[in-house]
Design a protein around this ligand. Structure first.
Ligand SMILES: [Zn+2]
Length: 398
């Protein structure tokens, strides 16, 4: 029976395989067998070649290159790629109201398609095979680009039903229209492109959402078994506004806990201005956090990443959109995440601590934690039998 399937098998061998599996196994001279799009076997090269080479269609010697799971970027605005450089050196509210919303509100579906193409090509260049869209205006344009390029993505509509600062040309949708539109996008695009595209619900941020929108989004996402992507606790002004208008005693996360919005399919982006009690709320609910170090340094501040990881929160990494970063490399974010969080220890805990966010943890954030954050860890995020993703990086081990 094995021989009948043998023609589609490909063996990659003589590689340094970094599996990111639960035992964090690394094979210094490893081999892997791929059948169609999934991993059939993994182990020492000698064992793999002995057991499978007679049946394989193709055998590729990787010459000590490193084989990693595909990297996952958990917070990207693919529609903002054409806006790179339009919002440097301004605070978040100017960035949003004065620069980004006028740009986004003038986009057509074709603009969104082109922007996502450009963005995704850069993502692929740094090893990304899956990304979580933070929310743009034209999911159908994004979906065309993702399908063409062969990536995986969790796409989301930028959704707002309230708040200040929206451009006059932008028709504000009612709560019902927001939910209905996203259900239609789900029905049209979810599980398309051979299962590589999933559709999530988007909440732009609490300052532009009614509580009814939050709760109906929670219920609709739960019913459709999909995720919710939302910017959370980005700046002190946001927390203050929530305290003033919603009578929460500490900002966004406290309010979201109070209305029972927090759940384990929520991907919270940035999550910079949270206290220890709120870290506890996020941890207990199983909320995932996307840390975007470059965007944080440009406009937001130091997120308490070490404390969140210590509390058991699944933290992953994101580039954010081009005008928040001016780069689109998840490898740059890995570098920044390590340095920023080591440096933060000096003011947060009064000591230098080079052990804060070590390399293995950072690698975990862009692989298996990323996969858990996009609710896709049954198929991607680590190199294990039965999973789909692999990424031969062009790096030599010696
Ligand atoms: Zn964002």
């Amino acid at each position: 029976m094995e021989e009948a399937k043998g023609n589609s098998w490909i063996i990659l061998h003589n590689a340094v395989i970094v599996t990111m599996d639960p035992q964090s196994r690394v094979f210094r001279n490893g081999g892997i067998v791929i059948e169609h799009d999934s991993i059939k076997a993994i182990g020492q090269s000698s064992d793999i070649l002995r057991d499978f080479s007679a049946l394989a269609h193709q055998i590729i010697d990787l010459n000590s290159q490193i084989l990693l799971p595909g990297l996952i970027n958990t917070h990207v605005h693919s529609s903002q790629q054409l806006g790179r450089g339009i919002a440097d050196d301004v605070d978040l509210m100017t960035w949003l109201h004065g620069r980004i919303w006028p740009y986004e509100s003038n986009m057509t579906e074709e603009d969104s398609y082109i922007s996502t193409l450009l963005c995704a090509i850069e993502l692929i260049h740094s090893g990304v095979t899956c990304f979580a869209e933070a929310g743009g205006q034209h999911v159908s344009g994004m979906a065309r680009a993702v399908e063409l390029l062969g990536l995986r993505a969790c796409l989301a509509q930028s959704t707002m039903d309230a708040g200040e600062g929206l451009p006059a040309s932008w028709v504000t949708r009612t709560t019902d229209e927001c939910i209905q539109l996203q259900k239609e996008l789900y029905n049209k695009h979810h599980n398309t492109a051979d299962g590589r595209i999933r559709v999530w619900f988007g909440i732009r941020q609490i300052m532009n959402s009614t509580d009814r929108l939050l709760l109906e989004t929670r219920d609709a996402a739960r019913q459709l078994k999909t995720g919710i992507h939302m910017h959370v606790a980005e700046i002190p002004y946001e927390n203050q506004l929530v305290m003033d208008t919603r009578k929460a005693n500490h900002g966004t996360v406290t309010h979201l806990e109070k209305i029972e919005f927090l759940q384990n399919n929520l991907l919270a982006a940035h999550t910079v201005w949270v206290n220890n009690t709120e870290i506890g709320f996020l941890s207990r609910a199983g909320v995932k956090v996307s840390h975007c170090p470059a965007a944080a340094m440009r406009m937001l501040g130091f997120a308490p990443i070490r404390e969140m990881l210590d509390a058991g929160i699944c933290v992953s990494l994101g580039t954010d959109g081009a005008p928040s970063n001016n780069r689109m490399s998840i490898v740059d974010e890995m570098y920044l995440a390590s340095l920023i969080n080591k440096g933060r220890e000096v003011y947060a805990n009064g000591n230098t601590d080079p052990t804060a966010l070590p390399a293995e943890k950072v690698l975990r954030m862009v692989t298996i934690n990323g996969a858990k954050s996009v609710l896709w860890d049954d198929e991607i995020g680590s190199l294990e039998v039965g999973k789909k993703d692999f990424q031969p990086c062009l790096l030599h081990a010696n």
